[in-house]
Design a protein around this ligand. Structure first.
Ligand code: GDP
Length: 411
């Protein structure tokens, strides 16, 4: 991505003044004004039958959106379905709800002949909503680039058949992009549409729905009702009055993505891994035979280079320690330091619990030291940005089943 300063933030700041959405929500809650429409506790009680607790959530069953909502997407009554596909800017590929996106893509493809005159009325449409934009190094990114990047990553996850009605970059915490999103949702849903918000656990869905509800001017106590979606043990919740008088907004339970590292972590470990503030790069210049460890979770080995050295930038929570050393010492690091100096996992006993340690190979080529050529992204953790002139063979080690993808670079 090219570097143009300051634009992303400017493009997204709310045009109207006032306190940031999250701060406003906290104040409202503190004052007992009941303006928070979907409080995290109610949301969790409704969805998971208990107060939000990451250790408990980790063990809860996944929500089967496809079985529960799929049949309702192409409504026989002709009411428009709109699916909000939420993805976390700091873990796009890991959090993107690709199975649901594929379902929407397949529905569109099955009726491709009908598309000549625009989308048929009863076909589900989808908006991609990139959440937590404030976590990206926004001053150095251009909104157009992030927009195009997100669109192409969504298609990489769901297939080229995915037709998006739009891409929205938002930060519910800062109030960025929420008004535009609400306007677009209202326009697409029409008078009687059904809007389904879908996303992985912790993608920021309840925070966003609260921000949307506040933005819509709905005040007072939440109007949440359990939606009549048969066959669901976890509840789909209807949030009234936000999209329109008759259009309906449904909040669905967070999806459990086994391919995200976070899905295996304890609440204490999650606190170290989850990114809370704007991400800061940590860059190393490395040569063949060297390795970079991200806690005891991931290791990148520089196996072969056609040039002397490459630049590797780690984008991950600052609370996770990094270590750079010789690959020949990597086994010793695992035996002696994983779970102790290299956390998470927290404690030696957790190392085995996280699963088998496996290698995936990446061949990367590039022609500049100044910009990253590729990212190697680890679902639920972050990514390595690789800057090089020449070619490299890299070995990425992590726990079996955790998704690792090579993608065009974001920063
Ligand atoms: P849900 O499980 O998808 O409903 O996610 P939540 O709304 O509970 O958010 C998960 C975590 O992400 C919480 O710690 C939130 O404070 C945080 N979060 C949500 N939205 C934002 C955002 O726009 N920016 C930042 N920095 N954090 C956010």
């Amino acid at each position: 991505a090219s570097l143009k300063s300051g634009q992303l933030r400017e493009g997204l700041e709310p045009s109207r003044g006032g306190e940031p959405a999250a701060a406003a929500a906290e104040t409202a809650e503190a004052k007992g004004e009941g303006k928070v429409l979907v409080c995290a506790r109610c949301h969790s009680l409704r969805h998971y039958g208990r107060v939000k607790h990451p250790d408990a959530e980790r063990l809860l069953p996944d929500f089967d959106f496809i079985a529960a909502v799929g049949p309702r997407l192409a409504s026989p009554s002709g009411a428009r379905s709109l699916v909000l596909l939420l993805a976390d800017a700091s873990d796009f590929d890991g959090s993107f709800p690709r199975a649901v996106a594929r379902l929407v893509a397949a529905a569109g493809e099955a009726h491709s002949a009908d598309w000549k005159h625009g989308a048929p009325a009863n076909l589900p449409r989808a908006l991609l909503v990139v959440t937590k934009l404030d976590l990206l190094p926004t001053p150095s990114l251009s909104p157009d680039d992030v927009h195009a990047w997100a669109h192409s990553r969504a298609r990489a996850g769901a297939g080229a058949d995915l037709r998006l009605a739009g891409v929205h970059l938002v930060s519910a915490a800062r109030g960025w992009g929420v008004r535009d999103l609400l306007d677009h949702v209202r326009e697409l849903a029409g008078a009687r549409g059904n809007v389904w918000a879908v996303g992985a656990r912790n993608v920021g869905k309840s925070t966003l729905l609260n921000a949307i509800a506040r933005c819509s001017g709905v005040v007072g106590r939440p109007t949440l009702t359990e939606a009549p979606v048969p066959g669901t043990t976890l509840d789909v919740i209807k949030v009234d009055g936000v999209v329109g008088a008759q259009a309906k907004l449904f909040d669905t339970p967070g999806l459990l993505h086994g391919h995200q590292l976070t899905s295996r972590l304890t609440s204490e470990e999650m606190k170290l891994v989850q990114v809370r503030k704007e991400m800061r790069p940590r860059t190393y210049r490395v040569k063949t035979g060297q390795s970079i460890h991200i806690g005891g979770l991931v290791r990148l080995d520089i196996e072969e280079l056609t040039v002397g050295s490459i630049y590797v930038t780690v984008w991950a929570s600052p609370l996770v320690p990094l270590h750079m050393g010789k690959t020949e010492n990597a086994e010793t690091m695992i035996k002696e330091h994983f779970g102790l100096q290299l956390q998470p996992p927290i404690g030696r006993g957790r190392v085995k619990e996280l699963g088998k340690w496996v290698r995936k190979e990446f061949k990367v080529s590039g022609n500049s030291w100044d910009t990253n050529s590729k990212d190697i992204a680890i679902a639920g953790l972050g990514w390595f940005g690789i800057g090089l002139k020449g070619e490299a063979v890299l070995g990425l080690w992590t726990y079996d089943g955790v998704d690792v993808v090579s993608r065009s670079s974001l920063v």
